[in-house]
Design a protein around this ligand. Structure first.
Ligand SMILES: [Mg+2]
Length: 441
């Protein structure tokens, strides 16, 4: 009898998690102003690496403040032996582990820049980095880009807007900081010059101005100057809820016609609903709709017309798609919010944004403000857009030397920069500064 060759059955790759590495880092940040104060010279981020039994590493990124780091550590310890395909189970596990570690009361940060802070939202912000790392590892193992794991891209590039900030030329004298070459922007001419520079370097076609820094009439003047300098380019203004309903209505009546949308002019869903009803100017938010539980009230009162998703605090890329589906059902547009982030998150944002049907607004990104990254190659903007990678996973490679250097900075910090505090940073320049009560104007 002759021996017959039996074709080998395809072997499944081993997707078991064998190691999880958490690396808190401090990243250089320019002196960007907002209604609470100014960005500190370095901002904390947390880099998550998940290694599987077949030697694949997936990466994710989220907030690095102690509040996020503390629950992330015991969670990471429990992941060994689980699979990167069990993302739903990981979320459930995080709920168990982090409840004990999280020290967040509900609604402790209602005036913050990212809306209400709850223990649930904090857990989702942590989970998002692990979800992205799992998807990155799974994609690399299967040879598929993350967008394919989300159902496939609908576009080859994702458009971003230029994120304009009032800013100082540098951090206060004597504060250790990296220098930036953007110069000061403290009046309409400075804002327009910054917009020109961002457009020149990256090709952005739309502009968002972070407001709530100067009295509304000065920010109205800046928007008018932008409209004059860039006719036909979509403009947005975001004072982070710093205005009363009356002020919001006045601003909307003055410059509503120049704006693609007005972002969080005032705080809270009832106030936003009143502004929307009285002005008809489209309102966007990353403050009054930041969790699924806030959707019903906001959508049924027509308080917002655009929800700015953020995969970090919505709990990852799949939840971002769930949010987009709910928005679609209510005829509410969806776009993307940004907090200070690095290339891992920009890649994740780009993958998920490429899969969202009917994305009518350019997404926000702080990335041009971040001169440092942990990747071997920075992501680039062309004509204001990022190309959607078809490489396996997120399509990015971690630079371990850079990661180690930024981690060393975190280790060497005496604790003052490990938790972002824009008001504390402002007090260095202005010792009398207190976080303004809202509404400020
Ligand atoms: Mg905002």
């Amino acid at each position: 009898m002759t021996a017959q060759t039996v074709p080998a059955a395809p072997t499944a790759r081993d997707l078991t998690v064998t190691e999880v590495r958490l690396t808190p880092i401090l990243v250089a940040d320019p002196p960007l102003l907002n209604t609470q104060g100014v960005h500190q010279p370095y901002t904390p981020r947390l880099i998550v690496e998940i290694v599987t039994a077949d030697g694949t590493t997936g990466v994710g990124e989220t907030y690095g403040d102690t509040t996020y780091l503390e629950p992330a550590r015991p969670f990471a310890e429990q992941l060994e032996g689980r699979k990167v395909t069990d993302v739903n189970a990981l979320f459930a596990l995080l709920d168990e582990v982090a409840v004990a570690a999280a020290r967040v009361d509900t609604a402790v940060d209602v005036g913050g820049l990212r809306g209400v802070q709850t223990a649930d939202k904090l857990r989702l912000s942590i989970a998002s980095a692990f979800e992205v790392a799992c998807l990155d590892a799974l994609g690399k193992t299967l040879g598929l880009p993350v967008h394919a794991l989300l159902g496939g891209k609908l576009r080859d590039t994702v458009e971003y807007s230029a994120y304009l900030f009032c800013k100082w030329a540098g951090h206060p004298e004597g504060v250790p900081a990296e220098k930036d070459d953007w110069g000061a922007a403290l009046d309409p001419a400075g804002v327009v010059a910054q917009a020109r520079a961002l457009k020149e370097r990256y090709g952005f076609g739309s502009f968002k101005l972070k407001g709530g820094v100067f009295p509304p009439e000065e920010e109205v003047a800046a928007v008018r100057a932008l409209a004059e300098a860039f006719p036909g380019h979509p403009l947005r203004l975001d004072p982070n809820g710093a205005w009363s309903v009356e002020t919001s209505v006045e601003v909307a009546e003055e410059i509503g016609g120049l704006l693609e949308y007005l972002e969080d002019p005032t705080l809270g869903t009832p106030a936003m609903a009143e502004v929307a009803a009285r002005t008809g100017v489209p309102l966007a938010t990353n403050m009054c709709v930041t969790t699924f539980s806030e959707i019903r009230e906001a959508f049924t009162t027509n308080a917002v017309q655009v929800v700015l998703s953020d995969h970090h605090y919505w709990g990852g890329l799949r939840n971002t798609l769930h949010l987009a589906a709910v928005c679609r059902a209510f005829g509410v547009d969806v776009s993307m919010h940004s907090n200070t982030h690095l290339g891992i998150s920009l890649a994740a944002m780009t993958h998920v944004a490429s899969t969202v049907p009917g994305l009518h607004h350019a997404c926000d990104s702080h990335y041009p403000w971040q001169s440092e990254d942990v990747l071997t190659e920075r992501l680039t903007f062309e004509d204001g857009a990022v190309r959607v990678s078809d490489a396996p996973g997120l399509g990015v490679t971690l630079d371990h030397d850079r990661l180690a250097a930024l981690h060393r900075r975190w280790l060497e910090d005496d604790g003052t920069l490990r938790d972002r505090d824009d008001a504390a940073a402002m007090r260095i320049a202005d010792p009398d500064w207190v976080t303004p009560t809202v509404p400020r104007w």
